[in-house]
Design a protein around this ligand. Sequence first.
Ligand code: BTN
Length: 281
Amino acid sequence: MSTAMERGFAEKLTVQLHTRILGKPLHFFPTIDSTNVYAGRLAREGAIEGAIVIADAQSGGKGRLGRSWVSPPGVNLYLSVILRPSVPATAAPQLNLLAAVAVADAVTEVCQLSPSIKWPNDVLVDGKKVCGILAEMQTDAGALRAVILGIGVNINAPLSAFPEELHDKASSLLLVSGRAIDRSVFTASLLTHLEKYYVLWLEQGFPALRAAWEMYASAVLGKRIAVAAPEGTVTGVALGLDDDGALLLRGERDGEVHRLLAGDVSVIGGYDRGEKDDPRR
Ligand code: BTN
């Protein structure tokens, strides 16, 4: 990735972005360890809500559960937004769900693809993961100070950018659509949708977003799934989301409705349209 091209991304995005809150200011780096780490530092130093860090490449991209995130230069989006919602810390994980819907909207709008969401927040196309989201909280005496909402989208990465063990699980928008996607157009669309949902969420709470999330998760709802949750693996039928974003599952052992707040979902017997499990496990 040449510096000129990368400057093009930052400059074009600045021109194309018409958000009110998100991207003011916008910090752009050719290479950084992790946009989440840098944005976390900025937030601790008092950065305002809406500040965004974007990097062309990450040397230490962070995934969920301590994993790394493949972050080659010149092709993808690595973005972290600083948010300071006035909500209890327990509501912060809902931002994962909100971000997944915004990414899915951008994928639909810009790429004319049909993405799906795997709870809580992986965005898949044709069963392969094209986006990962990592929301990290900063609290003070239990009160929420900031959320660093990190979003990684595989936009134009070639298959060779992924380690071989991910070839059947991870993909990019280029690979699934057959055409190169303009990173600045995609990012402007994503941030526009993210801001729209964020404002809606602040005003009306998660129930206002539930239908949008469930529409993208229709490949899983009503299906038999297994959720590897911290309290153990639960198997049953996915019913939908509760008012706070918890996954509701009718357990097949006890027939009870379980509320799951965290965990990894796999669809028993596979997804419709040949969709597969999480790329990195
Ligand atoms: C996942 O494991 O699915 C979450 C991946 C999150 C990756 C993004 S890329 C931008 C931001 N910076 C990071 O270091 N991680 C997130």
